[in-house]
Design a protein around this ligand. Structure first.
Ligand SMILES: [Zn+2]
Length: 91
């Protein structure tokens, strides 16, 4: 299990949606610490570094009002992949 650096309990992501802006944020599900903004599937889709399947998956997420923990895990993975690939292009 992944241990939370804030409370020491089992860590999980929780998605919180701002009611006014509809912007999604990630908080820790165990102790409700604000962590970062949620990766935006629409932004990730624009990357040339993802496969057709990955982009199809992201496309299906765009209309969703809320993401569960499994989706967040995939989004973070794809975001890391895009960031890694962009770094390699620059280097
Ligand atoms: Zn915690």
């Amino acid at each position: 299990m992944k241990v939370c650096p804030h409370c020491g309990n089992e860590f999980r992501y929780n998605v919180v949606v701002d009611r006014r802006t509809k912007f999604k944020y990630l908080r820790s599900g165990c102790c409700d610490v604000a962590l970062r903004s949620c990766p935006d599937p629409e932004m990730l889709m624009r990357s040339a570094h993802l496969s057709e399947d990955e982009r199809d998956y992201l496309k299906r997420l765009i209309p969703l009002p809320w993401f569960g923990g499994q989706i967040v895990a995939v989004l973070l993975q794809l975001e890391a992949k895009v960031q890694q690939a962009s770094k390699e292009v620059v280097a």
